[in-house]
Design a protein around this ligand. Structure first.
Ligand SMILES: Cc1cc2nc3c(=O)[nH]c(=O)nc-3n(C[C@H](O)[C@H](O)[C@H](O)COP(=O)(O)OP(=O)(O)OC[C@H]3O[C@@H](n4cnc5c(N)ncnc54)[C@H](O)[C@@H]3O)c2cc1C
Length: 533
């Protein structure tokens, strides 16, 4: 069966796509709207505005790839599709961050889990952060629209063993758990979502909104990195978007400059990317809020050996979850966590597993029988988890300074304990907490002893994240936010932020559906503002 390649077909139909690497001179363009970044926020916005008849330029620093490039090959996928070749790290190297860097952004490499923003999160935003209009009822139509557009539905196939063992352990302990909905259409259940979907089943921006925006005459610039926005003298309007063309590696500037003008500018470069552009542009920011309150859902992990084969690299990556421990926190200080499993492919496993040399090689050989559970911590809700801060290095590239606080370490230790208990309850022969000094243990009692004595130190504990949120947070006024509840910048009137950076706390669930719904809502408001003159 041949797989239709919507990108090849669209290019043949005459899409307006310019690859920065091929530019032989500087380029200057104008449009009604320039959108920077083509991930969850940018894709949704581009389709909406282009279909409304506005001229749209979508600028992306990554390259345009398609299903024929996605070869289920980690060594190829990470350098081609991820920020910093999937090795982006926080300033103290304590947390490894996965983010996409390609046309379609992180949606091209994400694992398709689709949760609406939890009602508790919206209630917190209303009650504690003053975002009064963000009720479940007001947002429901936007979630429905996003779910329809991206074919979000229940996953009908049996979970793979990696997921079903999480369910089995929860069942045995009376821990509530559920099934994950996914944004896929005709999924082959391969399990290589993180390397780009080779069958176009994943309803990422690459195969949905971006093709439709291009069919509606939008223009796409790839391998073009936006450096800064130049504003009017009083700082109230963006007049120019300054960008550089990148060479075929997608990293080094070629020396060709790209200058864009538009009535409205949308930043959708993702949390870290968007705050970086705002900081480089030195926009008015009286309270220096830009880049602050950046959240990660810091993730800690626990591996377990089973007698039977688990093959955690095969099958839909995330289909079972538990929110049982998510809401233990409240404002009293303790952090809650969500349980899920990650797909475990050899290269990512190799860099996450503990030890080196012989011990590491022996661990890698056990991969087929390994089950891995993860706990993502809900940061941003307690005084002890106020997130990190995006800062600029001397060369203008961003780095997230996110020291792991005592509150988060406490959550990590509790989550390790929970995961070990669940894995033993599911029948694990041994459990290995993902910490450099941990050793495999054969009983829950032994696990408790070991986990309670592990030093809580960055790098020793393996902490990762694929959910970057915040850094240009929504707030009800300019004292509390960088943008308003529709993403409009408080200081710069023709600038709107539409991506994961607008969230004022973490979501407390995998964030893509929240980004989509808020993007549709913000793009609709922008379109109406523009129509009103
Ligand atoms: C491996 C992985 C698995 C995930 N799994 C899930 C999941 O199962 N469920 C879920 O809900 N979420 C998941 N996520 C997270 C989810 O995909 C993101 O939250 C979401 O895509 C964020 O949308 P965004 O628009 O903020 O940013 P992105 O989708 O990351 O898009 C930002 C885009 O902007 C581009 N950009 C950045 N800076 C510039 C610049 N200066 N100039 C031009 N372009 C720029 C980037 O290259 C990128 O393409 C996962 C993420 C990853 C990486």
């Amino acid at each position: 069966m041949s797989i239709v390649d919507p990108i090849a077909e669209g290019l043949a139909r005459g899409w307006k796509v310019t690859d920065g690497a091929t530019l032989t001179g500087d380029l200057s363009l104008s449009a009604d709207v320039v959108i920077v970044g083509s991930g969850a926020g940018g894709g949704m916005t581009a389709e909406r505005l282009a279909k409304a008849g506005l001229s749209v330029i979508l600028v992306e620093e990554g390259a345009l790839r398609s299903s024929r490039d996605f070869r289920l090959d980690e060594a190829k996928a990470y350098p081609e599709l991820y920020q910093e070749a999937a090795n982006r790290q926080t300033a103290d190297k304590g947390i490894t961050i996965l983010q996409g860097r390609t046309v379609g952004g992180s949606t091209v490499v994400n694992w398709t889990s689709s949760f609406r923003t939890p009602p508790e999160t919206l209630a917190y935003w209303r009650d504690w952060l003053g975002l009064k209009d963000l009720t479940d009822a007001a947002l429901a139509p936007w979630f429905e629209l996003a779910e329809q557009r991206l074919s979000v539905s229940d996953w009908q196939i049996e979970p793979n063993p990696n997921n079903s063992l999480l369910g089995k352990g929860c069942e045995a302990l009376g821990i509530s758990h559920g099934r994950v909905r996914r944004n896929v259409k005709g999924c082959w259940n391969l399990g290589y979502c993180g390397m780009g979907c080779p069958t176009n089943a994943k309803q990422s921006m690459l195969v949905t909104t971006i093709p439709d925006a291009l069919d509606a005459s939008a223009r796409l610039l790839t391998r073009v990195r936006v450096e800064r926005l130049l504003t009017s003298e009083d700082g109230s309007r963006v007049e120019l978007v300054g960008a550089v063309a990148l060479d075929a590696t997608g990293i080094r500037p070629t020396g060709r400059m790209v200058t864009l003008r538009a009535k409205e500018i949308v930043l959708s470069a993702g949390a870290i990317g968007t705050p970086a552009i705002l900081l480089r542009s030195q926009l008015k920011d009286p309270l220096r809020l830009t880049g602050t309150r950046t959240f990660l859902h810091p993730v800690c992990l626990s591996g377990a050996q089973f007698a039977e084969r688990v093959e955690p690299f095969n099958g839909a990556p995330q289909t079972v979850y538990s929110d049982h421990f998510l809401r233990v926190d409240a404002i009293d200080g303790a952090v809650g966590y969500k349980l899920e499993v990650p797909p475990v492919h050899p290269m990512l496993a190799a860099v996450t597993l503990c030890g080196f040399g012989q011990r590491h090689a022996e661990l890698m050989q056990t991969l087929p029988n390994m089950q891995v559970t993860l706990a993502l911590l809900r940061d941003g809700f307690n005084p002890g988890s106020m997130g990190g801060k995006v800062v600029l290095r001397d060369d203008g590239t961003p780095v997230l300074d996110y020291p792991i606080s005592d509150t988060l370490w406490d959550g990590i230790r509790r989550a390790w304990l929970t995961m070990a208990e669940v894995q033993f309850a599911a029948g694990a022969q041994s459990v290995l907490t993902m910490h450099e000094l941990a050793r495999p243990v054969k009983s829950w009692a032994e696990a408790k002893r070991q986990i309670n004595n592990l030093p809580l130190k960055p790098v020793l504990a393996r902490v990762v994240s694929a959910h970057v949120m915040g850094g240009a947070a929504m707030g009800p006024d300019e004292q509390s936010g960088v943008v308003n509840a529709f993403g409009q910048h408080w200081q710069v009137k023709n600038l709107t932020v539409i991506d994961g950076s607008v969230f004022p706390t973490s979501i407390g669930a995998n964030p893509q559906l929240s980004v989509y719904a808020f993007a549709l809502r913000a793009a609709d408001a922008l379109q109406k503002r523009m129509a009103g003159g």
